[in-house]
Design a protein around this ligand. Structure first.
Ligand code: CS2
Ligand code: MN
Length: 356
């Protein structure tokens, strides 16, 4: 496996490249041009500038997370043709800078959602928390108000400049069924995967987080059955997955080690993190350690070892530790600890396991 770390760029991250290259066994970053809006072409000079900046620290820039998909593509509007052309141009530009994997998602309107970004755990650290009951009862309008009052409550898709469009976007999905969304995803992949084959760049879809519908919006990448359907949409290894143990792990029926075995040829990017699930549907993000959450991370890493995983892997969200001031979920310390945990398991397995 090739260990990497997510980095939000020099203007958007409290974590520095020089911090990342001090984490043992970590050779690259998952990066993006975070100032780009979905639908905008990423041009070669700006890509090159960022890639060179990353490389100057001895790190590689082979994974992009994410090139976000314009809402018109997900909605299947006629303008999708133009937006797909732009996406294809971005793929070509990234390929010429040596990028190998593009992570993306197909969640309508917004990405992951939580009710508390700094919920205190017993030890005083804080973490991202999802309270099922609150989400069931809050309207997007009320959430927008909450975010407007507390601008530090930042979640992807709910950025201040986008808040006034959210309700309209949600309304646009009123008549879009899950089947429609599947068709729109197929249409997109049929256009994009042949280009990926030509440029040798792998697409890796990120599952829905949480893996169920929120605010009545369709979500289609949530379960084993969904992953089976996804890989069948376009039968090419370039049509692959970002297997996120945290996003999928919020649902008790998702067996992550079994998925790793089943989809081993299509996993191009592994996200590893733990969540503690509660019976009422709530969940909180915990340390990576198996004993701290509901997902057995030892078994997850063991499954990757069993399939001889050679793809990219990164720790996913972490807790906020030791007074760290960082992007919610993306501090340095807990994710670095996660890497050491994963590498500890991996190295032990490499040496033939722990002999009693
Ligand atoms: C998230 C996502 O779980 C995660 O990795 O932080 O925002 C993820 O980057 C996107 O869904 C990928 O498109
Ligand atoms: Mn993830």
């Amino acid at each position: 496996m090739k260990m990497i770390f997510r980095w939000y760029g020099k203007n958007n991250d409290s974590v520095l490249l020089n911090h990342i290259n001090q984490i043992p066994g970590t050779d690259g970053v998952a990066w993006a041009l975070h100032d780009k809006q979905p639908g905008e072409v990423w041009n070669q000079p700006e890509i090159q500038e960022t890639v060179e900046g990353i490389r100057s620290y001895g790190l590689h820039a082979e994974v992009v997370e994410s090139v976000n998909i314009h809402e018109d593509i997900k909605l299947g509007l006629p303008s999708r043709v133009e937006y797909i052309e732009k996406y294809v141009q971005t793929i070509r530009n990234l390929a010429s800078a040596g990028v190998k994997v593009i992570c993306y998602n197909f969640m309508p309107v917004f990405d992951w959602i939580r009710t508390d970004l700094h919920k205190e755990l017993e030890d005083g650290s804080t973490a991202l928390f999802y309270e099922n009951n609150k989400i069931q009862h809050i309207t997007p309008e009320a959430l927008i108000k909450k975010i407007t009052k507390n601008p530090e409550f930042t979640m992807p898709g709910w950025e201040p400049e986008r808040l006034d469009q959210i309700q309209t976007l949600i309304d646009q999905y009123k008549n879009i069924t899950e089947e429609d969304l599947w068709e729109h995803l197929r249409y997109f992949l049929e256009k994009v995967i042949p280009v990926c084959e030509e440029c040798d760049i792998r697409m890796a879809i990120h599952p829905d987080d949480p893996p169920w519908s929120v605010f009545g919006l369709p979500r289609i990448i949530s379960s084993r059955k969904d992953l089976q359907r996804l890989v069948g949409l376009v039968d090419s290894e370039y049509n692959g997955l970002t297997l996120c143990s945290g996003a999928l792990g919020a649902h008790p029926e998702n067996n992550i080690p079994a998925m790793i075995h089943e989809f081993k040829d299509r996993i191009h990017f592994a996200h590893v993190r733990n969540v503690r699930r509660y019976d009422n549907g709530d969940f909180i993000e915990t340390s990576h350690r198996a004993a701290d959450g509901s997902v057995d991370i030892v078994k997850v890493i063991q499954a990757y070892h069993e399939i001889g995983y050679e793809g990219y892997i990164r720790p996913d969200h972490g807790r906020h530790l030791w007074g760290e001031n960082c992007r919610p979920g993306y501090g340095l310390y807990d994710r670095a600890l996660g890497i050491m945990y994963m590498l500890g398991i991996w190295d032990t397995l490499e040496k033939g396991g722990y002999k009693q």
